[in-house]
Design a binder for this molecule. Structure first.
Ligand code: NDP
Length: 485
């Protein structure tokens, strides 16, 4: 291994790396080769206790700092992240298998964006003054306390920052549990935050599977839980958090529609469909995996799509020319192969791809099915892999009803040159994050999140502040108290 991927220890607690080899070993596999690149240990009850007590102890003094002071540390951390972008991107590629071509421009950079954005916002957080005649109320925007972040495996650095940055900006402490599949990157985020001056105990990382997450979520000292994961896990975590009346943010799965009208710019629509189905080998929650294409342009769309997919450079993720990498794990690859088989069995037309690549690692071909109908499994279930389903339509009302006929509501996109139609369609989408003539842009300035079963709450933007702070009202009486006796 040309790069040292073994972390100094499994966990980062109270400002330092901590090991406890009593926990279940978790091997970290490089998806491009199947090679073991590191081993960490799941948190033992002692590690979990240590993380919660240090977070609890550090939080009050952190919340008592001014927003400017807190923000300065986050912004310093964002600069360190940008300076180390190359090393962090290489590590992200080892952790996830995503090509360096992607990780070098998306992962640490979007993490740094979140630290910079919320670092800048920390100083602007205020309550309000409400005049009531002579009397008045003022509100204090206060931290929630100890927040738990639980991450999925597709964007380990970004998720660690998207949850950590607003939590810290608002004066909370964070305990982050990465997915067991990708445990390496969040440790670097913790290291950088502390190097930037974050006091010990405010950003802790503990490793482990679902039971470690569950132990954190059910602890009475934890005030908020933010999960990025699948809908079934979201149901469990939301229910566990509800038992303790905790605040939650749930960023869950999707089966998002993308509608391409007959007047769309075909090259842009094809580009959007590629970004929304094959970036990160399709392992993106907001992907537009149900692509409704107007019958009049369907064959033209499929032709250009197939031609452009032929330009994908599939191979060594560390080669900067590579634009399409492996799936995160053998298990995920097999799940996706199962869906491809279901697509064939249920009568969808395989336009391109459909097979595992004959090479080491967990590589699948970019796969497109056409003539997909609404009831097919590949049109209903989240696949989380490089499989695009193309469905036909002719009428706007009909396609809107079909686009919205799903339990999910994470994202949706429309391609058209008709301005009025674009906004009408965006308004009619039952989804939290919509796109017009583009797909999957996720700037930190814009709220990101889902409706329906795709989640509650929003990450990024000013909206995230609402989910990491609470308002206290203070009534101030200037006249006399009017008591009945
Ligand atoms: P999972 O739902 O399997 O896991 C998510 C995280 O929750 C993991 O860290 C997992 O631990 C942990 N976990 C599992 N069970 C519990 C439990 N009972 N209590 C507490 N924590 C638990 O998702 P994946 O990691 O497989 O990620 C893929 C999913 O994430 C997809 O559905 C995708 O759509 C969604 N996603 C959503 C995004 C969004 O922003 N809306 C963004 C990215 C992904 P472990 O796996 O280590 O056991």
């Amino acid at each position: 291994m040309p790069y040292d991927t073994q972390p100094k220890a499994s966990h980062f607690i109270n400002g330092a790396y901590v090991e406890d080899t009593g926990g279940t070993p978790i091997d970290v596999i490089y998806p491009a080769t199947g090679e073991k690149i590191a081993t960490v240990h799941a948190a033992t009850p002692e590690i979990i206790e240590n993380a919660i007590t240090s977070a609890k102890k550090a939080q009050a003094a952190w919340a008592a700092l001014s927003g400017t002071e807190r923000g300065r540390i986050l912004r310093r951390a964002s600069e360190i992240m940008r300076d180390r972008n190359h090393d962090l991107s290489v590590l992200e590629t080892y952790d996830t298998g995503k090509p360096y071509q992607e990780t070098s421009v998306v992962d640490a950079t979007s993490g740094a964006d979140a630290l910079e954005y919320f670092g800048g916002m920390a100083a602007t957080l205020t309550g309000e003054h409400i005049q009531l005649g002579e009397n008045w109320v003022y509100t204090r925007r206060e931290a929630l306390g100890v927040c738990v972040g639980i991450g999925a495996w597709n964007y380990p650095t970004q998720i660690a920052c998207w949850k950590g940055a607003p939590a810290l900006a608002c004066g909370n402490a964070m305990i982050f549990k990465p997915s067991e599949m990708t445990p390496l990157c969040a440790l670097k985020v913790a290291e950088i935050l502390h190097e930037a001056g974050l006091p010990a105990g405010l950003y802790n990382v503990v490793q482990g599977m679902g039971e470690v997450g569950n132990a954190l979520v059910t602890d009475a000292r934890v005030d908020k839980v933010s999960l990025t994961g699948s809908v079934p896990t979201g149901r469990k975590v939301y229910a566990a958090a509800a038992a303790g009346i905790k605040h939650v943010t749930m960023e869950l799965g999707g089966k998002s529609p993308m509608i391409v009208f007959e007047d769309a710019d075909i090259e842009n629509a094809v580009g959007g469909a590629i970004l929304g189905n094959f970036y990160s080998s399709g392992q993106v929650c907001s992907n537009g995996t149900r692509v409704f294409v107007h019958k009049a342009i369907k064959e033209q769309f499929l032709k250009r799509l197939t031609e452009r997919l032929g330009n994908a450079v599939i191979g060594d993720p560390m080669d900067p020319e590579t634009s399409f990498g492996p799936m995160v794990s053998e298990r995920q690859m097999n799940i996706v192969l199962g869906y491809i088989e279901a697509g064939k069995q249920e009568g969808a037309r395989l336009v391109t791809g459909g097979a595992k690549l004959d090479r080491e690692g967990y590589y699948l071909e970019p796969t497109v099915f056409a003539d997909v109908t609404d009831t097919m499994t590949i049109a209903r279930e989240e696949i989380f892999g490089p499989v695009m389903a193309v469905l036909d339509f002719e009428d706007e009302d009909d396609v809107m009803a079909r686009a919205n006929d799903t339990e999910f509501g994470l994202a949706a996109g429309v391609f058209t040159r008709d301005l009025t139609r674009a906004h009408r369609v965006a308004a009619r989408f039952e989804a939290g994050t919509c796109y017009i003539n583009t797909y999957n842009d996720a700037p930190v300035e814009a709220p990101f999140g889902g409706s329906k079963n795709s989640g509650v709450g929003r990450e990024n933007s000013k909206a995230a502040i609402e989910h990491y702070s609470q308002l206290k009202s203070v009534f101030v009486r200037m006249d006399d108290v009017d008591a009945p006796f």
